[in-house]
Design a protein around this ligand. Structure first.
Ligand code: NDP
Length: 334
């Protein structure tokens, strides 16, 4: 093992942020029990914010973003992990205020580290990454409250995004009729190829009449956008249905009455992938590795993922900030 390694570094000067790939020393990494040689990372919206100086995500610079990292243990002070173990890290403070996965090495507390399921390569783990893990959590949350394909169609919002596209793919592989909502004209073929049965345009979900409830349409929903769209979706969930809510690109506030809850028994279920206890994270990764790498996973990966190097991160970040990307960027580190 060398003492130096390559890392993507964001520096701040006079309020401007500069991104470059530099050599760093292992001793520059924060304290932690487990040193991991990173093989793959992925780019999430939060990484784009951290890379462009968003102080709500990253308080101080210089900083290496990357909220996801998959690789092998290089050394460990915790007997639970041995050199060579296949691992991944996501969430907690990785890539936000702790040097993250856009680098050849990360060093983290052992209670952040997940044993990668045996058949899940570092690359495939990052096809999921935080976005796919969150989609998986949303699906698992709906399954846990008993939603099944016989009950009717499931709506997914933000369907062309990271979380939404994987949610569409997972639900369709599990036998659900998926209705994909998108704001992007021209993505119908892509969403149908992922398994969506029908496409609805995002604006059609904004019908903000004053009625407390609308005609019941969907058995369940995975909502990645929040705001007025989520407020409106709640009015159209069938009796006893559930909505897994994980995002807020359309807004942080919702405006609802109690009627969907008290007259139709609708459940609004919150999903957080960041601070989730490690044992629950591990369980969901085990489900992904053992049950949810469906036969068409290779096809999904080929159509939805673009593999880039550390040097190509600035372009990818700018595409994400412009909302111009489709699918996921994988970062090949080693
Ligand atoms: P992406 O940027 O990849 O996708 C978001 C999608 O939302 C876009 O592709 C677009 O899809 C839709 N969208 C964009 N702008 C708007 C808008 N103004 N109004 C309505 N829809 C819009 O993000 P991710 O999929 O990675 O993340 C989605 C959300 O989930 C984010 O809010 C993110 O912060 C959150 N998240 C939460 C996690 C958790 O643990 N709770 C973990 C990971 C992410 P389309 O054009 O198809 O409608």
């Amino acid at each position: 093992m060398t003492d130096t390694f390559k890392a993507f570094l964001v520096t701040e000067q006079d309020g401007a942020y500069r991104q470059s790939v530099v050599e760093r020393n292992i001793e520059d990494l924060p304290a932690g029990e487990v040193l991991i040689k990173v093989e793959y990372s992925s780019v999430n919206y939060k990484d784009a914010l951290s890379s462009s100086g968003n102080k709500g995500v990253t308080r101080s610079y210089p900083h290496t973003p990357g909220i996801d990292a998959a690789g092998v243990v290089a050394s460990s002070d915790d007997t639970h992990f041995q050199r060579g173990d296949k691992v991944l890290v996501m969430g907690y403070d990785l890539g936000m205020n702790v040097a993250g996965g856009f680098a050849e090495y990360v060093r983290v507390p052992s209670d952040w580290v997940i044993h990668r399921p045996e058949n899940l390569s570092a690359e495939d783990a990052m096809v999921f990454g935080t976005a796919g893990f969150t989609a998986s959590m949303c699906v698992d949350t709906l399954l846990q409250v008993g939603i099944d394909p016989e009950q009717g169609p499931v709506l997914v919002t933000g369907a062309s995004g990271g979380v939404g596209s994987i949610a569409v793919w997972l639900l369709s592989n599990l036998g659900f009729d998926v209705i994909a909502s998108t704001g992007k004209a021209g993505q119908e073929a892509m969403l149908k190829a992922l398994g969506a049965k029908e496409i609805v345009m995002r604006d059609s979900l904004l019908d903000n009449n004053k009625r407390p409830m609308n005609k019941p349409v969907w058995a369940a929903a995975i909502d990645t956008v929040g705001g007025p769209i989520l407020s409106n979706i709640l009015k159209s969930i069938r009796y006893g249905g559930s909505v897994a809510c994980c995002g807020m690109v359309a807004g942080g506030d919702i405006n609802t009455s109690v009627f969907p809850f008290i007259l139709r028994g609708v459940n609004l279920l919150g999903v957080d992938s960041v601070e989730l206890p490690l044992d629950v994270k591990q369980d969901i990764w085990n489900i992904i590795g053992s049950q949810w790498l469906f036969d068409n996973f290779a096809e999904f990966k080929q159509s939805m993922c673009t593999t880039i190097s550390l040097d190509q991160l600035p372009d990818a970040i700018s595409q994400i900030l412009k909302g111009a990307h489709i699918g996921r960027y994988l970062v090949k580190i080693a």
